[in-house]
Design a protein around this ligand. Structure first.
Ligand code: PLP
Length: 395
């Protein structure tokens, strides 16, 4: 039989730079490849498997739902979908939820909602969105246009009209970019793909005030930061400010494709029957699983543990930093941690993989750690010396 990597090369579009490992099984924070090699996972499928791989309670919910009802379309009501919407609302600023299948789709919904909200209120022409440099919002044409990274946009021009990109963490830059045609400001509370960049204390609050003054919708993209990743259910809670619209995906289904756009009653009113839709949005299968995921992550002791393990992990990484000059900064919130290097981090990722540890590098020079939120201190202790050795090999 032809091996997996060759079949992939022949038959799967060449859009990903993959690591040379064929993963076959996962349990908690551990992955196994087809050769039986074990890996400790500090990436969680890029902040997706926040409850670890294949948690038995979620698997049980999934199996039960798969035997009961998988899909009927949104032409009917289904209980898991409405319960998930109600519980997301209960745990957030939001009143209403639109279900999608990915982060990009949730963001598309947010952008469409902002345009429609503004059109209903002010008439046509007010459809521009201010987004941030180094942001990442997805790969559909509109979310690509909101994404402030040249490497993601290149080759797909002309992009969608009406997106202004300004410096992250500068309210003055947003203020300068806002015109009579602006309808919304879109921002990640902590930039993920852009290198785990945490804004200053007043940034999100000042953005909110600016949006209030100019009647703009404030959209928080919590696709990566949401679902407990930063130590609170949603990252923005830590800044004491809530948006008008928030998007979720990634860990919402712990690996099942489900995204959501959450909005206040006032903003959500812009969507009416027929204005937006997707066939698979909020199927009973994925929403039953997501409901079980939400109930576990939203529990205060679970979140407290994320904060404590995050602090412990950060400390361990700072200890490594004190020994390795190549490390410029360690930063993050909860279990979303970046280690900025003065050199490209790719070789360190490869080194760790060879030693049985999955980490990631984003923005070329930022090692990124997004372990399952159930990671244990003893597992952090196992990573630290390997990382230290990996950094010593960087030239
Ligand atoms: C902040 C943010 N928004 C949106 C997306 C896009 O999500 P998806 O890949 O599910 O479309 C990502 C993916 O990394 C993300 O990190």
């Amino acid at each position: 039989m032809e091996d997996t990597i060759s079949i992939c090369e022949h038959h799967v579009c060449n859009t990903y730079a993959r690591q040379p490992a064929v993963m076959v099984r996962g349990e908690g924070c551990v992955l196994w490849d087809e050769g039986g090699k074990e890996y400790l996972d500090f990436l969680a499928g890029i902040s997706v498997c926040n409850l670890g791989h294949c948690p038995p309670d979620i698997a049980d919910v999934l199996c039960e739902q798969a035997k009961t009802l998988v899909h009927v379309s949104n032409l009917f009501y289904t209980r898991p979908q409405v319960e998930l919407a109600a519980e997301l609302a209960e745990h957030s600023f939001a009143d209403k939820v639109f279900f999608a299948n990915s982060g990009a789709e949730a963001n598309e919904a947010a952008i469409k909602l902002a345009r429609k909200y503004s059109k209903d209120r002010y008439g046509p022409g007010r459809f521009h969105v201010v987004a941030m440099k180094n942001s990442f919002h997805g790969r559909t044409l509109a979310t690509l246009s909101a994404t402030g990274q040249e490497k993601v946009r290149k080759g797909f021009e002309p992009l969608v009209e009406g997106f202004a990109l300004v410096d992250f963490d500068s309210v003055a830059a947003v203020e300068e970019a806002v015109t009579d045609r602006t309808c919304a400001v879109m921002v990640e509370p902590v930039q993920g793909e852009g290198g785990v960049v945490v804004p200053s204390e007043s940034y999100l609050r000042d953005l909110k005030e600016l949006c209030r003054r100019r009647d703009l919708l404030l959209i928080f993209d919590e696709v990566q930061t949401g679902m407990g990743r930063t130590g609170t259910l949603f990252a923005h809670e830590q800044w004491g400010v809530s948006p008008d619209v928030m998007t979720l995906a990634k860990a919402l289904g712990n690996g099942l494709p489900v995204g959501a756009m959450l909005a206040t009653e006032e903003a959500a009113r812009a969507f009416t029957p027929g204005s937006h839709a997707t066939t698979f949005g909020g199927t009973p299968l994925v929403t039953a699983a997501a409901l079980a995921v939400l109930r576990r992550i939203a529990s205060p002791p679970f979140l407290e543990r994320v904060r404590q393990t995050g602090a412990y992990f950060m400390e361990a990484l700072r200890e490594v930093q004190s020994r390795r000059e190549v490390v410029k900064e360690v930063r993050g919130r909860g279990l979303m941690i970046g280690m900025e290097l003065s050199r490209p981090g790719g070789p360190a990722v490869e080194f760790c993989l060879r030693k049985g540890f999955v980490i990631n590098c984003t923005h070329d020079t930022v090692l990124r750690f997004l372990p399952p939120l159930i990671v244990e201190r003893a597992q952090v202790d196992r990573l630290a010396p390997v990382l230290d050795e990996a950094l010593s090999t960087l030239r």
